[in-house]
Design a protein around this ligand. Structure first.
Ligand code: AMP
Ligand code: GLY
Length: 431
């Protein structure tokens, strides 16, 4: 095979996982654009442009200068800024949707209306509001708990759930604070799971199911975060998602891809479905137009086929399940975050790596200075343990995470059999 030059946009743990997976093929040459230097990516990439990931003219010029054959877009902000439209105008094909197709993630009202227009299953009851007063009247009249969602991007931290974070008055107050553009949705009760898929505009190939943990502290309490860690199982399923629930979720994703094609905005890239498995089956919490972070680290660590070949098939539009294989192992990913995260993170504190054994280390929001690591304000490092069983994978990830010293913490409960049992019990209770 000839060399393939791939540009990876983004500098977090997810993009380190993308870069590592691409670099498993030694014929792939990696180029990187990131806002700040991720030491893990920098060690793999042939050239790095340190630039804001939404500075499209600079990124396109760099991509052209490097002569890349393709680009993989990690985060949502450049997708919203139209990076794919501009790279493709410069004849650089992308794994990532155009600005119009990325609205599945960047405009929650668009997403719900699309589901409704195409009669796609799994859409919760919702109401789009643009005025704080209108929203307040709706909440008061509704009578039940709602999820309050800003229409645009919020880095996973913008949702407020009534009955959990806010009451009626608190919900109205929050909507006033953020200016009034919200989607109000029925509060779904159940267990969450993530289904990610490779999509070439028409065909969709699913990846293993993963469960993320949004809450900052053990036992699922505390503020919402970008995700503290995640796990997956050797059979690529989760015990609280039946085969029929899985088929329904997959069908919802396929219907979304067909709907986008139907509307003249075909979807190409990674489609991320976040579902709540309820007593009525899976409902859509949201779609993202990219890999999840941390979920990318679970699935890409397992990927046993050539990622660069998948990139090529996505671009050529002939993707099929035969191109995509994942190892039948369990994975557990644990993020270390600064003390005080997410509200008052302690930045610029030294971090010292210990012996992390067989775990994979993914760098995220850290600074490397004179060979030493320092915290910044967001998730710092992630460790992925892989094993024949969940217990084995958890032990590897936990040992690695505990070996780091510094002002950081992680959730020891992620990936433990106790937590999994709690999820299954919850699912039985609501059934
Ligand atoms: P999002 O930013 O959409 O990922 O939402 C963040 C978190 O809010 C999700 O992981 C869920 O735990 C919760 N959430 C979002 N929408 C709903 C809903 N309709 N019902 C219950 N919980 C929700
Ligand atoms: N892990 C959730 C996200 O990437 O949005």
């Amino acid at each position: 095979m000839m060399d393939m030059k791939v540009l990876v946009v983004g500098g977090g743990g997810r993009e380190h996982a993308i870069t590592r997976a691409l670099s498993c093929n030694s014929d792939v040459r990696i180029f990187s654009v990131m806002a700040r230097k991720n030491p893990g990516i920098a060690r793999i990439a042939e050239r790095v442009l340190l630039e804001k990931e939404t500075n499209i003219p600079k990124i396109v010029a760099f991509a052209v200068d490097c002569g890349v054959d393709a680009a993989v877009i990690g985060p949502e902000a450049p997708l919203e800024a139209g990076i794919v439209d501009h790279l493709e105008a410069a004849e650089i094909p992308c794994v990532g949707p155009t600005r119009a197709a990325a609205r599945l993630e960047t405009d929650k009202a668009f997403c719900r209306r699309l589901m409704e227009r195409h009669g796609i299953a799994g859409c919760p009851e919702y109401r789009v509001c643009h005025e704080p007063e209108e929203a307040r009247r709706f909440i008061e009249a509704y009578g039940g708990d709602l999820a309050i969602k800003p229409i645009g991007l919020t880095g996973g931290k913008g949702v407020r759930i009534m009955g959990e974070h806010v009451d009626v008055a608190g919900a109205a107050e929050y909507i006033r604070e953020i200016g009034g553009d919200v989607v109000l949705e029925e509060r779904l009760i159940g267990e969450e799971f993530t289904l990610q898929a490779f999509v070439d505009g028409e065909h969709l190939v699913p990846m293993p199911l993963v469960q993320d943990h949004k809450r900052a502290y053990e036992g699922d309490v505390g503020p919402n975060t970008g995700g503290m860690g995640s796990y997956s199982l050797p059979d690529h399923m989760l015990p609280f998602v039946s085969r029929s629930d899985y088929e329904k979720a997959l069908r919802i994703m396929e219907d979304m891809v067909a709907a986008m094609q139907d509307e003249g905005t075909p979807y190409r890239g990674i489609l991320y479905g976040q579902f709540m498995n309820t007593c009525d089956g899976p409902k859509v919490i949201e779609f993202n137009a990219r890999f999840g972070d941390p979920e990318a680290m679970n699935v890409l660590s397992l990927l046993s086929s050539d990622f660069s070949a998948i990139v090529r098939h996505i671009i050529e539009g002939d993707l099929s399940p035969s191109h995509v294989r994942f190892a039948h192992k369990a994975t557990v990913c644990k993020y270390l975050v600064p003390e005080g995260y997410p509200e008052a993170p302690m930045a610029h504190e030294p971090l010292v790596l210990g012996d992390y054994g067989d775990a994979l280390l993914y760098y995220a929001n850290v600074e490397e200075r004179d060979g030493k690591l320092y915290t910044l304000t967001s998730r710092t490092l992630a460790f992925v343990g892989m094993g024949e069983t969940l217990e084995e994978a958890e032990a590897i990830a936990e040992k690695a995470a505990s070996s780091v010293s510094g002002s950081v913490f992680h959730r020891r409960d992620i990936g433990t059999p106790e937590l999994l049992e709690k999820r299954c019990r919850h699912m039985r209770e609501i059934a």
